[in-house]
Design a protein around this ligand. Structure first.
Ligand code: TUI
Length: 324
């Protein structure tokens, strides 16, 4: 089987999925990514089913190319949204923050290509057994809700453990990252953070500016103690969270601080008190570009890097040469 069969069958130009970003990846971003040759994803997040349906219908107006829906499994509306994607004839579903096992049969019966995000080998194996078409191996460099392992360590272990295609996510923001993912055995990549600053991304301008200004060390994880680790950019909210954690606050108090915080940053532009979810690669993202510019640039850079490879990695053949 050709390594691009999976994406070829989906009818896209590039082996790229846009990461589902709650409150952020709407019909504007998703349709622009699809138009540019990747797979745009509408994020359902914790939104009600009516909102998701409206965004699906808008996206259908904006592009005839394939796009999908990202379903956040902790949402209280997950059951209704799981049925909605079937009713709306959605062809591609990615899932996050849990195991989609109980919906897999229904989605497969509706001809949906199901691609769960997995943070471990065990879950990747289980998803393959339950009928997933591919998995997204997401390392802890990613923004938002994350697992324990890094992309560098997780990806090759999942590639070895399953026979379905593995798509790499977490810490990929340019052509070098894409080339590295292919080196580790990925069949494609998912990028989120880089699309936060896309011209077609409707996130608040303050959020975009915070990403563009971010340095490497501005990325932190909150909530390890509550069992819901979330990667965000450091701000007043994360400092408050750390203070409360040190003071021995309860899980309920800590979780309450996070409720509505993403919406506050993404929609209201309150990047001090809101949750600015972004991956560790934010420090590399320097300018606002259209989705088409981003995608063409990263894939030409990746191809250039991969095609130029002819490295033998031997510094010196004969140690005796070193002596004179
Ligand atoms: O889902 C994400 N990233 C997200 S979701 C989100 S919104 C949110 N709202 C409330 C609480 C938490 C998040 C913001 N960012 N990425 C995909 C992802 N999935 N990362 C890690 C996982 C994951 C974790 C555990 C997937 C499966 C899993 O399985 C546990 C189990 O049930 O076995």
């Amino acid at each position: 089987m050709n390594k691009f069969d999976f994406f070829h069958k989906l009818g896209v130009k590039y082996p790229l999925i846009q990461g589902g970003m709650a409150w952020i990846s709407d019909s504007s971003l998703a349709s622009a990514v699809s138009e540019a040759g990747g797979i745009g994803m509408l994020a359902a997040g914790s939104a009600p089913v009516e909102y998701v349906q409206q965004e699906i219908r808008k996206a259908k107006q904006l592009t005839a190319k394939p796009f999908g829906v990202n379903i956040m499994l902790l949402s209280e509306h997950v059951e209704a949204i799981a049925r909605l994607v079937c009713a709306e004839g959605i062809k591609i579903v990615t899932t996050g923050a849990g195991s989609p096992g109980k919906y897999l049969k229904m989605w497969k019966e509706h001809g949906i290509t199901v691609i769960p995000v997995v943070p471990s080998v065990a879950l990747a194996r289980r998803m393959e057994k339950e009928g997933a078409d591919a998995v997204i191996a997401e390392g802890g460099e990613a923004g938002g809700h994350i697992g324990e392992l890094t992309t560098m360590a997780l990806l090759p272990q999942i590639v070895d453990a399953v026979d379905i295609p593995v798509i790499a996510a977490g810490g990929i923001g340019d052509g070098r990252g894409i080339a590295a993912a292919f080196m580790l055995g990925a069949s494609g990549v998912q990028m989120g953070t880089r699309f936060l600053v896309a011209k077609e991304c409707t996130v608040h301008q303050n959020y975009k500016e915070r990403i563009i200004k971010a340095r490497d060390i501005d990325s932190v994880v909150t909530g390890r103690s509550t069992g819901h680790p979330v990667r965000v950019l450091r701000n007043k909210l994360t400092r408050r969270f750390e203070e409360l954690e040190r003071a021995g606050a309860s899980i309920e108090e800590l979780e309450a601080l996070g409720t509505g915080a993403l919406r506050k940053a993404a929609k209201d532009g309150d990047v001090a008190n809101g949750s600015v979810m972004a991956g560790q690669i934010a420090g590399l993202v320097k300018e606002e570009q259209s989705c088409s510019e981003i995608i063409e640039q990263v894939f030409s850079e990746a191809a250039e890097r991969l095609n130029a490879l002819s490295i033998d990695l031997i510094v010196k053949d004969n140690p005796a040469d070193e002596r004179d």
